[in-house]
Design a protein. Structure first.
Length: 266
């Protein structure tokens, strides 16, 4: 059993790592409370998108991403842990149990979350091979979810649905006002989407990228996802939770393989 100082330090590092987690419009709608022997995760409803996310579904997914990153940080230091999910609040409570062997794969996972970011530029031309797709499906299932790569016909169907949704949002003043509150500008406070992360113009893709109603300063680049070679964007995938799933206490071994995953899949 680790001493109290080691446990507290590990929990502080885990909470700090969670700030790298993706969230809807980068709202970061979570709050961590670090106790002497546990880490508590709370939702911050003041950052909920009341118009676009009235049932707080995207808020909960965002908090789940933060919890995932905290877990990755603990695993990178060899910690085992238990997670409680109370019926009310907090959303989750992390209890470190003991510290053991550090898995190099877990260290790579932690390194990746520190460099991961949403890239709204034109996708790269790197080909996604079948073995990479199979590995992504496998690790998604290990995390208690399901990843379904879309066929070309399904991509077209998705593109039509997204187009209709974009048109509906463009005529809804409440949606536009809420998006403007979180997108554009310098965003020095660290939340929201700054100009530097928004393209000057939307890149050409079969499935339209989200239009925040404001142009940024990021050069979108050239190209289109219908190129003959199969780039990442020609293999869109739908991911869905299959329930809370098992609480994983150690990272899957050997994934991601060093320098083999396409850049847009990291």
């Amino acid at each position: 059993m680790a001493d109290a100082t080691q446990t507290k330090r590990a929990l502080l590092q885990a909470a700090d790592a969670a700030r790298f987690a993706p969230s809807i419009h980068n709202t970061q709608p979570w709050r961590w409370v670090v106790r002497s022997e546990r880490l508590e995760l709370f939702a911050v409803t003041d950052r909920q998108l009341q118009v676009q996310d009235p049932e707080a579904h995207m808020l909960l997914i965002s908090c789940g991403a933060a919890l995932h990153h905290a877990r990755v940080a603990l695993e990178a230091e060899g910690w085992q842990y238990d997670i409680d999910r109370p019926a009310g609040t907090p959303l989750a409570v992390v209890h470190p149990t003991q510290q053991g062997h550090i898995d190099p794969a877990a260290r790579r996972h932690f390194e990746q979350i520190q460099v991961r970011h949403t890239d709204r530029r034109t996708v790269s031309g790197d080909t996604v091979t079948q073995d990479v797709l199979d590995a992504l499906v496998k690790v998604t299932e290990q995390a208690g979810a399901r990843l379904h790569p879309l066929s070309r016909d399904q991509v077209i169907e998705l593109a039509v649905l997204v187009e209709h949704a974009q048109k509906a949002e463009a005529t809804d003043e409440r949606v536009q006002a809420e998006a403007a509150a979180w997108a554009g500008g310098g965003r020095n406070e660290g939340t929201g989407i700054p100009d530097a992360s928004l393209p000057q113009e939307l890149p050409l893709t079969t499935v339209a990228q989200r239009d925040f109603g404001t142009a940024g300063t990021l050069a979108a680049g050239s190209g289109h996802d219908t190129a003959p070679a199969t780039p990442c964007s020609t293999v869109p995938a739908m991911i869905q939770a299959t329930g809370c799933g098992p609480v994983r206490r150690s990272a899957p071994s050997g994934w991601p393989p060093p320098s083999t995953a396409p850049a847009c899949c990291r």
